[in-house]
Design a protein around this ligand. Structure first.
Ligand code: AMP
Ligand code: ZN
Ligand code: FE
Ligand code: FE
Length: 282
């Protein structure tokens, strides 16, 4: 089994990178990608564990970006696989995003603190140093304060876009992000492009534009896609010559997603490995 989209405590997963690899091994995953939001800081620990647990490791990240769509821009997530983590264009963008995610978390804590008993220290207590901060950590602080039961409840109520507590954050333009991933030798795959229950999705014309800029694939098999959406995206991928991936988007105990619940075909992994600057480890 090949699972190409998972999160650790380097971002908003609840398992450390080493524990994530162990969980994957126990679930029968042969090849795992670690794809934390806007960071590669979990790679070294995951690589060490991958050797110990005999899991092949695809080093990756999930890059926040904004697609230029009619009217407002649309937030998208771009999976980057096997890129040089020191390449200045991509690293500059992810560092800028991470810094603004921190300012945004501070602003959201200030707004939440007007109505709920949470402080910046409560938020930090839910994270490891260097974590890419996100709404899931705010959710965890609200759970710890007894305001909501779990992350799902926080996301369905207080942390939803449109509430008075929601603040956005900086993210690079999606076309520029695709180019930056390619420039860093990485393989860019658009994550959950049809996840319309979570928010606005991009039109096919945007996916065509990203494909022209170097996009390698679409994540088609994902729990946020209906059977109909999967069929539509599979057809679009075929017509644009894009790879089709499937993955769990596992976040540990933070989300319902089970590791390995969607998987990627071996031939697609091979194509990604061929295009990437780094080796698949193990
Ligand atoms: P942010 O990028 O900080 O705005 O937060 C979005 C992140 O929260 C995404 O990576 C999602 O995986 C995660 N997320 C979205 N909905 C939920 C949920 N119901 N429970 C836990 N995490 C969620
Ligand atoms: Zn996440
Ligand atoms: Fe995502
Ligand atoms: Fe994700």
């Amino acid at each position: 089994m090949i699972d190409l989209h998972t999160h650790s405590t380097a971002s908003d997963g609840t398992d450390s990178p080493a524990r994530l690899v162990e969980v994957a091994a126990r679930a029968g995953i042969g090849t795992l990608a670690i794809t934390d939001h806007d960071t590669t800081s979990g790679w070294a620990e995951a690589a060490e564990a991958a050797g110990r647990f005999q899991v092949s490791l695809v080093r990756g990240a999930e890059i926040s970006a904004i697609a230029r769509t009619p009217g407002w821009g649309t937030g998208v997530h771009l999976l980057a696989y096997l890129h040089d983590p020191t390449h200045p264009d991509l690293l500059g963008e992810t560092e800028r995003t991470r810094a603004d995610r921190e300012s945004r978390a501070r602003r959201m804590v200030d707004l939440l603190a007007e109505d709920f008993p949470i402080t910046w220290d409560d938020l930090l207590a839910q994270t490891k140093p260097g974590t890419t901060l996100g709404r899931p950590h705010l959710a965890d602080a609200l759970v710890a304060a007894g305001v909501v039961r779990d992350r799902d409840e926080a996301f369905a109520t207080i942390l939803r876009p449109g509430t008075r507590y929601y603040v956005g954050h900086y993210a690079p333009d999606a076309v520029a992000a695709v180019r930056a991933v390619r420039a860093a030798g990485g393989v860019p795959v658009l994550a959950h492009p049809g996840a319309d229950a979570r928010g606005r999705i991009v039109p096919d014309s945007t996916i065509e534009e990203l494909a022209a800029a170097g996009l390698a694939g679409l994540e088609v098999d994902h729990r946020d896609h209906t059977p109909d959406t999967r069929r539509r995206l599979r057809d679009l991928a075929e017509s644009l010559g894009l790879l089709v991936t499937g993955s769990s988007d596992f976040h540990g105990a933070g989300k319902q997603n089970r590791i390995g619940e969607n998987t990627t075909a071996p031939a697609v992994l091979e194509a990604i490995a061929d295009q990437g600057a780094l080796e698949v480890l193990g």
